[in-house]
Design a protein around this ligand. Structure first.
Ligand SMILES: Nc1ncnc2c1ncn2[C@@H]1O[C@H](COP(=O)(O)OP(=O)(O)OP(=O)(O)O)[C@@H](O)[C@H]1O
Ligand SMILES: [Mg+2]
Length: 397
């Protein structure tokens, strides 16, 4: 069978995610192959289906075993976080595990999604790996531009692994008294090592800065040295996730302690499309309008896209009496957010609609039809075709 390797690869990819429709279609394929006398091919698909059943059967027990694999007591609702001895301020927040899926994961590009899933899988199966003498690194650094979903991602990873999340509180940790910050860091790690948990160090650069900063005195050296010792000790005991958007400020010895470093980038075109869809879903936008927003949010972080979508939603609510003016609402947001100062595309938005039509018409990737442009710009199609004709004539002169 000429295309069988491709079919097999498709089946393998499709049944990775348990989906009853895909499984029943694959079973039908096995039957059809047998009826045709193609037993070798039928056996190959059957084996894949068997493998899927095996792995989905052992998955739950793997997870239970894995939690036993890490040392530490269980955090109950009565467990209090550690505090600064002098001020009594909490050094951490504790979040007990909630059902998986309770928090929506940030939209990630496909490669990143695969990497994060494999990290979660390793952490869910620490014991399995240990049994064969392979120990996964227990620490991970998430870094990247502000607002790209790093904190949200860390929470989702924690939930997926099924452990409580102990998030360090910078206001509690950092003290102006000499030696107190280092002592607080030790107390935080001692707490995290005592219990089975994921330790989350958000805004990590605040405590892990380069030690030779000329503006800092001996204190930062003491803090970073303590942190290095604590990270080394914890590397065998529990999961740690550090987050920063200033990775260049980190001390190089600290950076080296993290075997897994995940760059969370600004979303690409495809991811922006999903983010726009997620946050603007109640607006009932048409496909061309959605694609226009994706075009407009080039170089935006996920958080900036969410802010734009929220502004549009507010405009839509307040313009119930009239028709929701899509382009006008975006232009208003441009002024209020100063996006027109920062992004060239947003400046074009505030210029004549005719030139914006020209820019959108010329963008080959967007491939907007005149009907699409009419919808986005709130004009009739004859106006759009008149504008584009005029622009073409000007180009040929
Ligand atoms: N990729 C994304 N997909 C969906 N929503 C996102 C994405 N990125 C950011 N957001 C939205 O923006 C909010 C803020 O993101 P978050 O605080 O996780 O970003 P961050 O990278 O930690 O930012 P900072 O570096 O400023 O701390 C999220 O709660 C989410 O609502
Ligand atoms: Mg953050």
């Amino acid at each position: 069978m000429e295309y069988f390797p491709t079919i097999l690869a498709l089946v393998r990819a499709a049944i990775k995610q348990p989906n009853p429709v895909v499984v029943s279609q694959a079973n039908r394929l096995v039957k059809a192959l047998r009826m045709n006398g193609e037993d070798v091919e039928a056996d190959a698909v059957s084996k894949l289906l068997e493998g899927r059943k095996r792995s989905s059967r052992i998955e739950p027990s793997r997870v239970v075993l894995s939690l036993a694999g890490l040392p530490g007591e269980k955090i109950t609702p009565n467990v209090r976080p550690p505090v600064d001895k002098e001020t009594g301020t909490s050094l951490a927040d504790i979040r007990l595990p909630t059902p998986k899926g309770a928090e929506l994961a940030p939209v990630l590009n496909t490669t990143l999604q695969i990497s994060v899933s494999s990290l979660i899988e390793e952490w869910q199966n620490i014991d399995q790996l240990q049994a064969v003498g392979v120990r996964p690194p227990l620490n991970c650094m998430l870094y990247g531009a502000p607002g790209t979903g790093k904190t949200r991602l860390a929470h989702v990873i924690g939930l997926e692994v099924g452990l409580p999340l102990v998030t360090a509180r910078l206001d509690g940790l950092i003290s102006s008294y000499l030696g107190t910050t280092a002592r607080n860091i030790s107390a935080l790690f001692a707490f995290a090592n005592r219990y089975k948990c994921v330790l989350l160090l958000d805004e990590f650069d605040a405590i892990a800065k380069v030690r030779d900063d000329p503006h800092e005195v001996g204190e930062i050296k003491r803090v970073v040295n303590t942190l290095l010792q604590c990270l080394d000790a914890r590397s065998q005991l529990g999961i740690t996730i550090a987050i920063t958007n200033h990775e260049h400020l980190l001390d190089s010895a600290i950076w080296r302690r993290f075997d897994t470093r995940i760059l969370v980038p600004k979303p690409d075109f495809q991811s922006r499309f999903h983010i726009v869809e997620r946050y603007a879903n109640s607006l009932d936008l048409t496909q061309p309008e959605l694609r226009f927003l994706v075009w407009l949010t080039d170089d935006f972080s996920g958080s900036e896209i969410e802010t734009l979508a929220n502004a549009l939603k507010r405009s839509a609510v307040l313009s119930t009496a009239k028709k929701f003016m899509f382009l006008k609402a975006i232009a208003t947001h441009a002024m209020l957010s100063a996006n027109h100062q920062k992004y060239k595309k947003w400046r074009q938005l505030l210029g004549p609609t005719e030139s914006l039509a020209g820019v959108l018409n010329d963008d080959k990737d967007l491939a907007f039809t005149q009907e699409d442009l009419a919808q986005i710009l709130g004009k009739d199609q004859s106006t759009i075709s008149r504008w584009t004709r005029k622009l073409k004539e000007q180009e040929t002169i």
